[in-house]
Design a protein around this ligand. Structure first.
Ligand code: NAD
Length: 296
């Protein structure tokens, strides 16, 4: 039985970071501009803490300015909104990222709405969601951008493919679907109320799974030769007591049927921060009134 090509997200993310580093060096030399990313973390959630530390490390590694704001769990919403207002007005800051989830007493939607859409490098502001869906220049959520870059590594022109996206979240499912429409795919969005999901998935030449359901997509659901992009991440403990990461796709089954597949870990995950840096560079160029060069 043939085995799918494994799409190497780590290598691809490294390539994106290298391109960004070169562009950042050029920006500094040609117009004295250093892209800056402000990251705001409220509280001490251990997973968020690791994400933020990685974001800061990679921002600095790419030659950009990093501004880190770690606030206590009990921070008042108004204080967080004041910080965002200050960052909105700071010329050194081209991108603002507020690490989610926020503590329960803070209204996430209000916080996202307070970020200047031109600095909204997570792409969660409704202005950016609207611009994406109407085909205007936007800051697009990082994980979806990463998914499309990975799919295009396998097939640079996705035109005409039947694409199925499982998941309709604002963070992954919907923006991935919008990006695939822009790539001229015929897009179906499936979700928790979709009937006969396996049959819908069997139509897909390109399958993006962001359902948050451990190993839900079985090998028998996949069209032979399909490109499979697995966004899910689940941490489990093996009977031997070891920690293992798995995705939303039953990888060992799918790899025997698909044409190409992203592994978990090492697939979509590494692309997310690389695309955050990419968005920061895009926002920096736009602050100068120009579009960034192709960043892969
Ligand atoms: P979410 O919970 O907001 O959305 C899940 C979506 O899947 C919903 O729209 C729901 O309708 C659909 N769904 C749930 N159960 C389903 C089922 N049984 N059948 C069909 N559809 C179903 O999740 P999210 O934020 O979009 O994230 C999805 C997954 O991706 C999670 O595992 C998350 O951890 C992971 N994730 C990974 C990255 C990364 O960088 N790799 C980034 C974001 C999210």
């Amino acid at each position: 039985m043939s085995k799918a090509q494994i799409i190497d997200g780590k290598a691809c993310a490294k390539g994106v970071r290298e391109k960004i580093k070169a562009v950042v060096t050029d920006l500094k030399e040609s117009c004295g501009l250093t892209p800056g990313l402000a990251v705001v973390l409220v509280g001490a959630d251990p997973a968020s803490d690791i994400y933020v530390s990685n974001k800061v490390k990679q921002t600095v590694g790419a030659g950009m300015n990093s501004f880190e704001h770690r606030l206590p769990q009990e921070t008042a919403q108004d204080d967080l909104l004041s910080l965002i207002e200050q960052l909105n007005g700071d010329d050194q800051v081209h991108g603002i990222l507020v690490q989610l989830p926020l503590p329960d007493h803070i209204d996430e939607a209000k916080v996202i709405a307070a970020i200047d859409p031109l600095k909204d490098v997570d792409g969660f502001h409704s202005i950016n969601a609207g611009r994406l869906s109407t085909g205007q220049p936007a800051l697009v959520p990082c994980t979806p951008v990463g998914c499309v870059i990975l799919a295009k590594k396998v097939k640079p022109d996705l035109t005409g493919l039947e694409a199925v996206v499982i998941g309709r979240s604002n963070i992954v499912g919907k923006p991935v679907a919008q990006l695939l429409l822009q790539e001229n795919c015929t897009v179906t969005i499936a979700h928790s109320r979709t009937k006969n999901l396996a049959d819908v998935v069997r139509r897909a030449d390109l399958l993006v799974v962001a359902a948050g359901q451990q190993e839900m997509v079985r090998g028998t659901w996949i069209k032979p030769g399909a490109i499979v992009i697995d966004v899910g991440i689940h941490r489990l403990t093996t009977p031997e007591g070891k920690t293992k990461l798995v995705g939303d796709v039953a990888f060992d089954e799918a790899v025997k049927v698909a044409g190409a597949i992203t592994p978990v870990p090492g697939g979509v995950g590494p692309m997310t921060i690389a695309c955050l840096l990419r968005n920061t560079v895009v926002a920096s160029y736009r602050s100068e009134g120009v579009e960034a060069p192709d960043l892969g």
